[in-house]
Ligand binder design. Structure first.
Ligand SMILES: Cc1cc2nc3c(=O)[nH]c(=O)nc-3n(C[C@H](O)[C@H](O)[C@H](O)COP(=O)(O)OP(=O)(O)OC[C@H]3O[C@@H](n4cnc5c(N)ncnc54)[C@H](O)[C@@H]3O)c2cc1C
Length: 500
């Protein structure tokens, strides 16, 4: 494992704040209220068998609160510890681009876990069913798992809680958010300005140095652990391979998967670019971190990234504060939104004013109409949009400013707002390395449906949803330079449109 001592740390702190942990009873719809914690530890039954950490969102051995909690519980119970991970045959339409990134990262995490004396048990099939089957087969005394807000993951948790009811307890640990999502707020927040003070009030309690994983669990694992052939797993996957894994590209920094690459990328960002974060809205300036694929796959802890940025006393305070605002407040607002609005990818999640304005303009003439195929192929009359779409298809990424512009134009070019959301979610999740993330669903809902935003001046089609225009973009950055860079990725000028 890459050295951890580059970062502040302490092993004297209590391992895991109990407010991160929710003990699930038979009925997962009723999580233990954050102030009723007494059951979290006592319900693990001593001596009944191993502690398992079923990993499915936070794919890392380092800086992982769920793993630390499982480790501490194993020590308390005098039980062995293993990590269980299940490879599903499909996951929300993910292609080999996303599966490949995840599997390569997991191969490395297996090595880091092994170095800490913790086996990784890899299962195949339906994750909650397989995790429960395994837990029952080895007589687990406790299963610990990741907090996740996506519908499919809430269903996994419900299924696992049902499967383990009466057998062993199931603890859900929020290792994604610096301030645990349910602790920050018990309800859907209206906007960043309503969540921000709640998070800031709790930050001193949660943005603490991360403990180091102890060198080995106290009791050795003796059950058989089948060896994993990661390359064979990847090659054997029956997933869509039309969207390929992203290799090295001319002039674009590579995004290698895995915890070590994530830490290297974090180190590089805080050392060489954090001081330029005030240029974050310029897609040509290289001011942003590029960390979202690592954060999305849980290969990097946001808390680690926040501590690293905080420790950079030589970076301008304005840059550090804005980075922490995106990394903590905006990112945690996304989990808050998706947890409380489970229709996060439908227009029903938009606020009333946004639905009303979109309805009022439902029959407005569109400047152009494009179907999903034309959009995917970057064949519109807007050269900036085509360039952004090219960046997405070729690199699996897109600059944050352009993601907003990209989604807002799709709203203008679709027959209905419902079509617009469907197509944006489909493209977002098909091509982005960081797709299928609460940040993505929230970003689309913000761009197209005014979620966390307010009404602006009325315009055709989008009504009072905030607009972003080509001419507006030209006042912010060198649009032509960006278009030229993306054309180079395509190997030439290609078919770039001219505006309507
Ligand atoms: C239409 C649209 C679609 C998006 N799709 C995704 C997606 O699929 N996956 C995804 O992770 N993000 C998505 N975002 C949010 C955001 O644009 C990206 O997280 C960000 O651009 C990633 O680049 P970065 O890591 O260099 O960000 P930085 O600016 O360096 O920020 C650091 C981290 O903060 C978080 N962050 C930054 N901006 C936001 C934001 N607006 N909302 C929530 N968290 C944020 C991210 O985790 C990011 O990695 C989307 C935004 C929009 C408007």
């Amino acid at each position: 494992m890459a050295p951890q001592d580059a970062y502040p740390q302490s092993s004297l702190l209590p391992l895991v704040d109990p407010r991160r942990v929710v003990g699930m009873h038979g009925d997962p719809a009723v999580p233990v209220a954050p102030d009723v914690r007494s059951d979290v530890h006592p319900d693990a039954r001593p001596g009944r068998g191993p502690v398992l950490y079923w990993m499915h969102r936070e794919h890392r051995a380092r800086d992982n609160w769920a793993l630390l909690h499982a480790h501490a519980e194993a020590a308390r119970l005098g039980a062995p510890l293993a990590v269980v991970w299940c490879l599903a045959d499909t996951f929300l339409g993910a292609t080999i681009r996303q599966f490949g990134f995840l599997l390569r990262g997991m191969a490395e995490t297996e090595r880091h876990l092994a170095a800490a004396g913790i086996p990784l048990v890899v299962l195949r099939g339906n994750p909650p069913e397989e995790a429960v089957r395994y837990a029952r087969a080895v007589g687990a005394s406790l299963v610990v798992t990741d907090f996740d807000v996506l519908r499919v993951k809430r269903a996994w948790l419900a299924s696992a809680a049902r499967g383990l009811a009466g057998f062993c307890p199931l603890h859900e640990v929020d290792g994604r958010n610096v301030v645990p999502c349910r602790v920050a707020s018990p309800k859907r927040e209206y906007a960043a300005r309503t969540l921000r003070p709640k998070i800031h009030r709790l930050l001193a309690e949660f943005l603490v140095p991360l403990p180091v994983l102890p060198p080995a669990p106290p009791v050795r694992w003796t059950l058989p652990v089948p060896e994993v052939d990661w390359a064979a797993l990847r090659d054997g996957l029956a997933v869509d391979r039309a969207v390929g894994e992203v290799g090295p590209l001319p002039g674009i920094p590579a995004v290698e998967p895995g915890e070590d690459a994530a830490h290297a990328a974090l180190g590089d960002f805080v050392r060489t670019r954090l001081h330029r974060y005030h240029l974050r809205n310029d897609p040509n300036a290289g001011g942003v971190s590029g960390l979202s694929p690592y954060l999305h796959f849980g290969m990097l802890s946001a808390q680690r990234a926040a501590l690293a940025a905080q420790a950079r006393g030589d970076a301008p305070g304005e840059c550090r504060d804005s980075f922490l605002e995106e990394l903590i407040v905006r990112r945690e607002l996304a989990d808050n939104f998706c947890l409380h609005a489970q229709d996060y990818d439908a227009i029903t999640c938009f606020p009333d004013w946004a639905r009303a304005t979109l309805d009022k303009h439902r029959h407005d003439a569109r400047p152009a109409l494009y179907d999903e195929g034309q959009l995917a192929a970057a064949r519109t009359a807007d050269p900036l949009w085509n360039a952004a779409q090219t960046e997405m298809v070729v690199t699996g990424r897109m600059h944050g400013y352009l993601r907003m512009y990209w989604a807002k134009q799709i709203l203008l070019w679709s027959p209905t707002p419902e079509d617009a959301v469907r197509v944006a979610v489909a493209l977002n999740d098909r091509y982005f390395l960081d797709g299928r993330d609460s940040n993505g669903y929230t970003g689309i809902a913000w761009s197209m449906g005014g979620v966390h935003d307010r009404p602006w001046g009325a315009r055709p089609v989008q009504g009072t949803i905030r607009s972003m225009t080509y001419n507006g973009a030209r006042t912010k950055f060198d649009v032509n330079a960006y278009i030229r860079r993306m054309q180079a990725l395509r190997g030439g000028e290609g078919e770039q449109g001219t505006l309507f």
